[in-house]
Design a protein. Structure first.
Length: 258
C-alpha cells in the first residue's frame, strides 16, 4: 500500500489537520525486527490499531469507488461488488463483462502498489446447471433446488473453516482442562456461541449441529484426561452433560445476500 496515495485519499475525506498529523505519525512508526527498528516505506504498521481502517479507506478508492464510477457504466449488463476487508466478489450477469473486468483489474491494482492473489483470483461461472460452488468469508455458496422446484443460493460452513474451528476448540480444551469445571464450561459455551453468531445463518443448521456434536465429543475426551486416577464412565458423562449443557445449535445472524 503506497503511503503517499493513502495520504491523498485521506485528505479527500478528513479535514481535521490534527487528525491527519496523528495518522501520519502512525504511518511513520517503525517496526521492531530482531532487535532493530525498520521504517518501511510501504504499507501500514503491522498490528496498529488503525491499520485495518486505513487499509479499508485505501481499498475503497482503489476498488469500490473505481468499480461504481468507472466500471459499471461501461458494462453491458448489471453488476455489483461485495467486499469485506481485503476479500471481494464481483458479480456480473454477462460473461463478456467479467472477462473485460478481469483483464483490467490486475492493472488497476498494480497502479496503486497492490497485487491480486494468484490462486484466489479467478473468473467462475456461477450457474445452477454447472454445479459450481464459491467460497467467500468462511462460507461455501452453492445452488440447490427449492421445495417449489426453483433454484436458490444456499450457504454452508467451508470445510477448511470448519476444520480450523474444531482444531482451535480441541487445542483450547487441552490447554485449559485444569480449570474448575464451572469456569471450564462457561468459557467453552462462550466460544460455541461465538461460532453460532457468525455461522448461524439460514440453511447452515446441519453444519452447526455437526459442529456441536464434534465439540461435545472433544470436550468429553479432555474431561476424561483431567485426572489419571478417576476416569469418567458413560453414565457419569451423561450426568455431567445434563448438568453442564452446551448451547444448542441455533440460527442467529440474518441471511446473507449476493
Amino acid at each position: 500500500m503506497d503511503k503517499h496515495q493513502l495520504r491523498v485519499f485521506l485528505q479527500q475525506r478528513v479535514g481535521d489537520g490534527v487528525l491527519l498529523r496523528l495518522i501520519n505519525k502512525w504511518l511513520n512508526a517503525g517496526v521492531m525486527e530482531a532487535g532493530s527498528i525498520h521504517y518501511p516505506e510501504q504499507g501500514t504498521p503491522q498490528g496498529g490499531v488503525i491499520s485495518p481502517m486505513l487499509a479499508n479507506v485505501y481499498l475503497h478508492h482503489v476498488l469500490d469507488q473505481w468499480f461504481e464510477q468507472e466500471v459499471k457504466p461501461r458494462l453491458i449488463s448489471s453488476a455489483s461488488l461485495i467486499r469485506f476487508a481485503d476479500d471481494a466478489v464481483l458479480l456480473m450477469k454477462n460473461a463478456e463483462d467479467a472477462d473485460r473486468v478481469m483483464a483490467v483489474l490486475p492493472k488497476r491494482f498494480h497502479r496503486h502498489g497492490l497485487a491480486l492473489h494468484p490462486e484466489k483470483t479467478r473468473v467462475t461461472r456461477f450457474k445452477p446447471q454447472e454445479n459450481v460452488s464459491i467460497d467467500f468469508l468462511g462460507f461455501t455458496h452453492y445452488w440447490k433446488r427449492s421445495q417449489r422446484g426453483g433454484w436458490s443460493i444456499c450457504r454452508k460452513t467451508m470445510k477448511s473453516r470448519f476444520a480450523r474451528s474444531i482444531r482451535a476448540i480441541g487445542n483450547w480444551c487441552s490447554e485449559n482442562r485444569h480449570l474448575a469445571l464451572p469456569e471450564y464450561h462457561a468459557a467453552l459455551c462462550r466460544k460455541i456461541r461465538g461460532h453460532y453468531a457468525y455461522f448461524g445463518i439460514r440453511g447452515n443448521s446441519n453444519a452447526l449441529k455437526r459442529f456441536l456434536y464434534v465439540v461435545r465429543n472433544t470436550w468429553v475426551k479432555w474431561l476424561r484426561k483431567r485426572s489419571q486416577r478417576h476416569r469418567l464412565n458413560w453414565k457419569a458423562v451423561e450426568r455431567l452433560l445434563l448438568r453442564y449443557r452446551l448451547p444448542a445449535a441455533r440460527l442467529i445472524t440474518i441471511n446473507l445476500r449476493m
